[in-house]
Design a protein around this ligand. Structure first.
Ligand code: HEM
Ligand code: SF4
Length: 552
């Protein structure tokens, strides 16, 4: 991962000092609430239901073991001993004291972590694929490009006050593990007819109250033109984006109002002016790429490891975990292993300080001292020797971090909802726990296969419910919590928006409704057809009949 130079570190340290003074002045009554608000938001600090909420950026989700230990320490010392990983590879702290936040930021800055631009109307943390650099199908590693975007966008003076927040995601293979089509800009590394690698550029995706799938603005962009083209898009958006109405201010609305063709013309016209002066030089690209070189893999360890097959045969639980929670690696003899943050009974995405410390130790022992966070609110060790998997599994298991449920029904994406969030209409975490507990039977989960539940407590859609195979949205009806279901959404390469199932469901029937949907799927599916494929084939009506008949 990228290492700060002296200049980067000074900049981050200065920001901490500046915020320390701003907080001091606010607490001393020298700044009003209104004056302090934009200053705290520039540092990822919201004021929520019970306490401030601090969102901290993790560029492309990559953390060193040293950083993970520091996060654990900060969470223990200044919060309630846990943090929450989000869908954008960041983490949030839900209980810091306002007066402690400058100290938290100083501690994090000592290990090159910050919360700059993790809130506000600016370019947010650029996200990527958790399997970047290790996936055999990859066209190219997207991380150096995410890093180049990070360096360009951080403190970019022209884009500090955009009409609305702006999110970019970049992936390097055909599979999309970063929901790029639901971002303001989605970048796909692709090859053109001459076998040259560049970017396909999508624009205008987004979630929230008006979910939109991004559209292609350019099928192929040369790599050296990346920043100039992004700059051209942002300039057009900065000019045309609606500043009169916050709900219409995202680029998805700008694209809709003007049409993709018109936006494309404007972007291309802007681009002509800046293309030459913002060309990325090859040396700079290479400099950044050097931070993402391969770790010192041992070659051919798989051949010499006969023990692994025996362990798989002898230990059913281990075999299940390997099958469900680990994935192929481009280097023979290595696998990537997910750390499931979805143990039934726990809030999705939460991890305690003690568990984080274990993760840091395991990263040192088994995965070259690194760990990554994922879009699905889990963690992953990307470089584990096959021969070490058993030892890793034993340790994860003893910390409740080896639930073999990745990509199953209980691997729920969930926002904080009414438990923490001041904007929530309804509870989300307790109901996701309820769903995970009701269906806590591995045979049943494996039989159901890949089903993604995404559960948000309001239409802001932090948990991406509109692109869930099963989406659940909390709505308020005369002060009561109700839940709107959608079916058939996807945030992957085949992205689609879910379709409404019918009228909202009362709180006490949410878990039963999931059960009815699953029963209907089991009746309707063909052979090994997935839930999503079944919904796409038969539509929502058969599911609707089942749910509302049962609810009469
Ligand atoms: C209490 C904490 C949180 C608050 C106050 C909050 C606030 C918001 C708001 C106001 C929006 C809508 C923005 C818009 O439509 O322009 C939003 C969207 C979003 N938030 Fe959160 N959020 C919180 C926690 C989270 C968490 C925990 C996650 C991840 C699990 C998350 C991820 C997202 C994502 C992915 C979007 C959608 C972005 C899009 O529209 O494209 N947020 N959030
Ligand atoms: S979806 Fe709504 S309730 Fe959930 S975290 Fe986002 S803003 Fe809060």
């Amino acid at each position: 991962m990228y290492q700060y130079d002296e200049y980067d570190q000074t900049m981050i340290d200065q920001r901490v000092a500046q915020f320390r003074d701003q907080t001091r002045r606010f607490l001393a009554g020298e700044l009003t609430e209104e004056q302090f608000r934009p200053l705290r938001l520039m540092n990822g600090l919201y004021i929520q239901l019970h306490a401030p909420m601090l969102r901290v950026a993790i560029p492309y989700g990559m953390m060193s073991s040293r950083q993970v230990r520091k996060i654990a320490e900060v969470a223990r010392r200044y919060d309630k001993g846990f943090v929450h990983f989000t869908t954008r590879q960041n983490f949030q702290m839900n209980w810091p004291k306002l007066e402690a936040v400058p100290e938290i930021l100083a501690e994090l800055a000592s290990v090159q972590i910050h919360s700059i631009q993790s809130s506000g109307n600016c370019i947010r943390n650029t996200t990527s694929d958790q399997l970047a650099g290790i996936n055999a199908n990859e066209i190219e590693d997207p991380r150096p490009w995410a890093e180049i975007i990070r360096q360009w966008s951080t403190f970019h003076p022209e884009f500090a006050y955009l009409p609305r927040k702006f999110k970019i995601a970049v992936v390097g293979s055909k599979e999309d593990r970063a929901a790029t089509k639901l971002h303001d800009i989605g970048l796909h590394l692709v090859k053109n007819h001459e076998d040259e690698v560049g970017f396909e550029v999508l624009v205008g995706g987004g979630l929230g109250r008006t979910p939109v799938i991004g559209e292609q603005i350019r099928p192929f962009l040369k790599k050296q033109d990346l920043l100039s083209y992004l700059e051209a898009i942002l300039r057009v958006y900065n000019r045309l984006g609606r500043r009169d109405n916050k709900f219409k201010a995202r680029i998805k609305i700008t694209v809709r109002e003007h049409g993709i063709n018109h936006i494309r013309e404007l972007v291309e016209a802007e681009w002509v002016h800046i293309r030459e002066q913002l060309k990325l030089d090859t040396k700079e690209i290479e400099r950044v790429k050097q931070y993402f070189t391969k770790p010192a893999y041992e070659m051919d360890t798989a051949d010499s490891d006969s023990h692994y097959a025996d362990l798989l045969a002898q230990d059913k639980e281990f075999a299940l975990w390997v099958k469900q929670n680990t994935v192929d690696h481009k280097i023979p003899g290595y696998r990537a292993a997910y750390v499931s943050l979805k143990k039934p009974g726990q809030a999705p995405g939460d991890i305690t300080s003690e568990q984080l410390e274990v993760v840091a130790d395991l990263a040192d022992e088994f995965s070259f001292g690194e760990v990554r966070s994922t879009h699905t609110q889990n963690l992953i060790f990307t470089d584990v020797k096959q021969a070490d998997l058993y030892a890793l599994w034993l340790r994860l298991n003893s910390e409740n971090l080896a639930t073999p449920n990745i990509n199953t029904l209980t691997d729920i994406i969930c926002c904080p909802g009414l438990d923490y969030c001041g904007l929530a209409n309804a509870t989300s975490i307790p109901l996701s726990k309820g769903i995970a507990q009701r269906f806590d039977d591995l045979d049943y989960l494996y039989d159901l296969g890949d089903i993604k539940i995404k559960f948000s407590g309001c239409m802001n859609g932090c948990a991406h419910q509109s692109v869930g195979h099963i989406g659940i949205l909390g709505v308020d009806k005369k002060g009561e919590e109700w839940y709107q279901f959608t079916l058939g959404g996807s945030s992957e390469a085949d992205a689609s928006l879910g379709e409404r199932l019918g009228r909202a469901i009362p709180k006490n029937e949410v878990v039963d409704t999931v059960a009815h949907l699953l029963d209907a799927y089991i009746d309707l599916r063909h052979d090994d057809e997935s839930f999503l494929m079944t919904v796409r084939r038969v539509g929502v009506d058969p599911f609707k009949e089942r749910v509302y008949a049962e609810n009469h």
